[in-house]
Structure formats: structure tokens, C-alpha cells
Design a protein around this ligand. Structure first.
Ligand code: AMP
Ligand code: MG
Length: 351
């Protein structure tokens, strides 16, 4: 299959009537799948009402079929067709965070969406992305659009059209290239079907921001305990992983450097994931700054691109600094822990 690439400037007026957007929307209406930028990462979109289209998404990504997709909409009017009720907490969250990086799980109205898209669940995860290209495309298609991240399952999510191309060229109908995405980590997923909403996945909207508008929320225990079964099916898979094994290092820069030295002594090519503040503290084969530690938003924005960059230079092992789990740091540490398959090396305390 030839993969079309359409370059679109997200700042132009009247994006909806832009010929590239019309073409991409026509592919969606014909049940083909198309990647497009959102404010979090690039998504791989398909008509959520068509099992034919949704099957193409799962096939292109190699995604396990028990992992449901997020349905993307451009206006709240679209919800009535496939959602059975909107609890007050959900309505307040929509008012405050849509369009934006917050996915809300609601009870599903049967009959409209492809069963494949929701993996047969009685609930559905929905969000309205805050990106002019995504919104124009969804509006122009007139459809609810199922869209997981546009990467091969298991790899780091794409924050550039080039990443999508690397993973899915020849396997999807097209890619709308709208430049780099903004937030850099996926949306927060919150289940509003319970009296006290439950965060199933940390992401672009923080727990603190959510609690400021709806009061106390719960956090799925599986996020802290690797043994517990997650309520969000996708959270059980290894994800976001670079090719080389990744270790998170809880300790000083000197301790991390010691780990690097030990590996290099065995002939291994070693990568270090750090931040702008500390790049000069390390001597390794590849030392990559991932944003600035004093602005965690910049770490989130650079995270997946940095993990992919280690693949390009074929390091044998990667050591990464860890980050405070406040604000977007929760999402950063969630993704890094998954990428590292929970391998953490802690510096022994001197006694
Ligand atoms: P992705 O599309 O890769 O960003 O992943 C979507 C995330 O939302 C996965 O972790 C899914 O398991 C989760 N998800 C989608 N639909 C539901 C649902 N109905 N209930 C709970 N989690 C869901
Ligand atoms: Mg994904």
C-alpha cells in the first residue's frame, strides 16, 4: 500500500476546507486509516463505526485486540449517538478540559460503535483533542474517530510524522504531517462511571488539576502495584520501549556514572538519559538531554523522541535519571517505568 503524506500548516485559517484535510477525511469516510497530529502524540485514526476500519488500525499497529481504543470527537453533540449517560463529574471535566488531553470513560450506548473499537466492553473512552488539524479532520469526516497512538505496538509513541513513517510506512493509507506534537505524552484516562472517578492512566492533565474542579478522585491501584490487574486493559502491556534494555537509576549522578563505567568496561555501548541541566555530568557513548528538569513539561515533550534516538545510535544499554512524581511527572514516570519494564537500580545508602 502506498502511504500518502500530506503536509499541513496547523496555523492556516479554514483548515476544514483545506484540500489535504478533505482528502484525508475522504480516506476516513472510506474506512481507510490515516495518522494525524494531536496535542499529545500522533494518532492512527479510523471510522469508529466500522469494524473494517478498526480492524485495519489493530492490524497496522500489531495491537492486542483486548486493548480498546479511544474515540475522538470534535463536538460534544457527537456523544449522544454512542454514550448512554453523562454523569455530572464527566460534564464538569468536559467543560474544564475539553478540548484537551483528558480521556473520559463513560457507559456505552449499544449499536453504534464497532465492538472491536471498545474490545467488547460496556464502556467507551472518549476525548476531544486540542489540535486544529485533528479537530478539522474529525469535523470534515463527520464521524467518531477511533485513534490509538500511531506507532507499532510496544514502541515509543510518535511525536513527529517521521516517527509514524518509520513504524507504519506501507501499512496505512496516509499521514497528515502537522509538525511536532505539544504535550508529548498521551492523555490522562479517567473512569467516570463510578461515583468517585478513578484515574486509570496518568497523562497530560494532572490529578491535581482534576481534583481542583471535581474534588477527590481515586487512582487505579494497578498504577502503583505491578501485580494488580489494571482496569484499563492497555496498561498491562510493555510499552514505549526502546530497543536496548533501559534501567531507571535512583541515586546520584556519580552513582549513575559508575554504572556506565562498569558496562563500558565489558565493551557495551552505553546511553544516558538526562536533562539539559546535567548533560555535562556524564561520560558515555551517547548522553541525551530530555528537556529541562526544572520544567517537567519539556521532559514530557521530549521523552518519546529521546527514547527513539537511542535506537538510531544502537546503544546496548540505557541508564536514565528518574523524575519527581508531581504534576506531569506522574505521566513521565509511568511511561519511563513501562519502557524500563520496571527495572530500577537504587543507590545503596552509605552506613
Ligand atoms: P492508546 O490508544 O494507546 O492511547 O491507549 C488507550 C488507553 O485507554 C489504553 O490504556 C486502554 O486500555 C484505555 N481504554 C480505552 N477504552 C477503555 C475503556 N472503555 N475502559 C477503560 N480503559 C479504556
Ligand atoms: Mg499507545
Amino acid at each position: 500500500m502506498k502511504t500518502h503524506v500530506w503536509s499541513v500548516d496547523k496555523f492556516v485559517d479554514n483548515l476544514e476546507s483545506y484540500p489535504q484535510i478533505t482528502q484525508a477525511a475522504n480516506f476516513l469516510k472510506n474506512n481507510e486509516v490515516v495518522a494525524f497530529p494531536t496535542e499529545t502524540v500522533y494518532g492512527l485514526g479510523g471510522n469508529a463505526e466500522s469494524s473494517d476500519a478498526v480492524a485495519k488500525i489493530f492490524a497496522a499497529k500489531g495491537r492486542p485486540s483486548d486493548n480498546p481504543l479511544i474515540i475522538h470527537i470534535a463536538s460534544t453533540e457527537q456523544l449522544a449517538a454512542f454514550v448512554s449517560s453523562i454523569p455530572q463529574t464527566a460534564a464538569v471535566l468536559m467543560d474544564n478540559f475539553w478540548p484537551g488531553p483528558l480521556t473520559i470513560v463513560l457507559n456505552k450506548k449499544e449499536g453504534k460503535l464497532s465492538e472491536l473499537a471498545t474490545a467488547g466492553l460496556s464502556t467507551v473512552a472518549v476525548r476531544m483533542p486540542d489540535h486544529p488539524i485533528a479537530l478539522a479532520l474529525i469535523k470534515q469526516s463527520g464521524l467518531p474517530i477511533a485513534a490509538p497512538s500511531a506507532n507499532q505496538s510496544g514502541k515509543p509513541s510518535p511525536t513527529l510524522a517521521r516517527h509514524v513513517f518509520e513504524d507504519l510506512d506501507g501499512q496505512i493509507a496516509g499521514i497528515v504531517d502537522g509538525g511536532p506534537t505539544g504535550v508529548g505524552v498521551e492523555s490522562t484516562v479517567i473512569d467516570c462511571t463510578e461515583a468517585i472517578p478513578v484515574i486509570l492512566r496518568p497523562g497530560g492533565v494532572t490529578k491535581e488539576q482534576i481534583e481542583a474542579v471535581i474534588g477527590e478522585v481515586a487512582v487505579d491501584p494497578a498504577l502503583k502495584n505491578a501485580e494488580a490487574a489494571p482496569k484499563s486493559p492497555g496498561m498491562k502491556y510493555r510499552h514505549y520501549a526502546p530497543n536496548a534494555p533501559l534501567y531507571l537509576v535512583a541515586g546520584s549522578h556519580a552513582f549513575l556514572q559508575k554504572l556506565v563505567n562498569e558496562q563500558r568496561a565489558t565493551g557495551a555501548k552505553v546511553g544516558v538519559l538526562t536533562t539539559e541541566e546535567a548533560v555535562r555530568d556524564y561520560d558515555a557513548d551517547l548522553v541525551l538531554p530530555c528537556g529541562r528538569r526544572d520544567q517537567l513539561e519539556t521532559v514530557a515533550a521530549s521523552l518519546y523522541g529521546t527514547l527513539r534516538a537511542f535506537n538510531e545510535s544502537r546503544v546496548d544499554v540505557i541508564f536514565s535519571e528518574i523524575f519527581p512524581e508531581t504534576g506531569v511527572g506522574q505521566a513521565i514516570m509511568n511511561r519511563l517505568s513501562k519502557a524500563a519494564a520496571n527495572q530500577v537500580i537504587t543507590e545503596p545508602v552509605e552506613g
